[in-house]
Design a protein around this ligand. Structure first.
Ligand code: GUN
Length: 283
C-alpha cells in the first residue's frame, strides 16, 4: 500500500502555476482572485485564509471581501457585478455555505462564467457535461490529479463515486467517465452499498460521514480517494474512509488531512491562471 501525498502533488501543481504566472507577468498580466466570505463560519475562514496564502505563493493578486453576517442579497449581488467588471480580477469565488437568508444559486448565476473559477455556474457545469470546458471544479479535478500521480490508468477501470453532490459527486463521475472509466454513482438510497463499492478499482468517497467506508466495502488492491473532512468521536480530523482498517487492502490511499484538501486549492490556482490567460487572449 502507498499513501498518496496530496501535499507534495499540490506543491508541484502550485509551482507549475507560479512559473507560468511569472511568464504572464512579463506580458503585463497578473492573475487576480477575489474571494467573498459572508459571516464568520470558522471552517470557511480557514479555507479562505488558505486560498489567500496560495495566491501569495503563486504570485497572484488577491483580494478578500469579508462581509458581515447580515449582508443583504442585493449587497452581495452588487459586489459580484462590480467584480465582474473589474479587469484586475480574473476569478471570483464566493465561499459556501452562505448564511441561511442568502441564496447561493442567485450569486453563482451572477458570476460571469469566464470568471467562475469554482466552475459552479450552470454554463460551466454544462460545458463539463459535454467535455468542452475552460474550468474543472476544483475538488474533482484535484482527485483526478491524485489518481494520475499513482500511475494507474483510469481507462476501462470500474470507478465508484459515493456521493452525488453538485460540487463533488456528480462532476467527479463525469471526469472519470471522460477518462473512460466505467462509472457508478452510489448514494444514501443505494441498495447493498458494499456489493457496489467492492467492484471499484477506483473508489472515491464523498459522503461527509466520518469513517463511513470500512474494509469490507473495499476491493483488494483498489485506489481509494477520500474527499471527506469530518471530526471523529474524539474531535480529531478524519475522512469518510476508515483509514487505519482500509489502508492495508488498497494499492493507493489518500490520507485526511494531507490528501484531497491541498489539491482543491492548487486546482483553484490553476483555474485562476487559466482565467487570466483567457481574459487576455494568451494561449
Ligand atoms: N465550500 C466548500 N468547498 C467549496 C469550494 O470548493 N468552493 C466554494 N466556493 N465554497 C466551498
Amino acid at each position: 500500500m502507498q499513501i498518496i501525498d496530496g501535499k507534495a502533488v499540490s506543491k508541484a501543481v502550485k509551482e507549475q502555476v507560479r512559473q507560468e504566472c511569472e511568464q504572464l507577468k512579463k506580458k503585463g498580466v497578473t492573475p487576480g482572485l477575489a474571494v467573498i466570505i459572508v459571516g464568520d463560519d470558522p471552517a470557511s475562514q480557514v479555507y479562505v485564509r488558505n486560498k489567500e496564502r496560495a495566491c501569495e505563493e503563486c504570485g497572484f493578486y488577491s483580494v478578500k471581501y469579508a462581509l458581515d453576517e447580515n449582508t443583504t442579497q442585493q449587497e452581495l449581488n452588487d459586489l459580484v457585478k462590480k467584480l465582474n467588471a473589474d479587469d484586475k480580477i480574473s476569478g471570483i469565488l464566493c465561499q459556501l455555505p452562505l448564511p441561511e437568508h442568502l441564496d447561493d444559486k442567485e450569486v453563482i448565476n451572477l458570476i460571469d462564467p469566464i470568471k467562475d473559477v469554482d466552475a459552479f455556474h450552470p454554463v460551466n457545469v454544462g460545458k463539463i457535461m459535454i467535455g468542452d470546458y475552460n474550468y474543472l471544479p476544483c475538488t474533482p479535478a484535484g482527485v483526478m490529479e491524485l489518481i494520475h500521480s499513482t500511475g494507474v490508468d483510469v481507462c476501462g477501470k470500474n470507478a465508484v463515486v459515493i456521493g452525488r453532490s453538485n460540487i463533488v459527486g456528480k462532476p467527479q463521475a463525469m471526469l472519470l467517465l471522460h477518462e473512460n472509466a466505467t462509472v457508478e454513482i452510489a448514494h444514501s438510497k443505494t441498495k447493498d452499498l458494499p456489493s457496489v463499492t467492492s467492484r471499484a478499482d477506483i473508489l472515491v468517497a464523498a459522503v461527509g460521514r466520518a469513517k463511513f467506508v470500512t474494509a469490507d466495502m473495499v476491493k483488494e488492491g483498489a485506489v481509494v480517494i477520500d474527499v471527506g473532512m469530518n471530526r471523529d468521536e474524539n474531535g480529531k480530523l478524519c475522512g469518510d474512509v476508515d483509514f487505519e482498517n482500509v489502508k492495508d487492502k488498497c494499492s493507493f490511499i489518500t490520507p485526511v488531512p494531507g490528501g484531497v484538501g491541498p489539491m482543491t486549492i492548487a486546482m483553484l490556482m490553476k483555474n485562476t491562471l487559466t482565467a487570466a490567460k483567457i481574459q487576455n487572449n494568451i494561449k
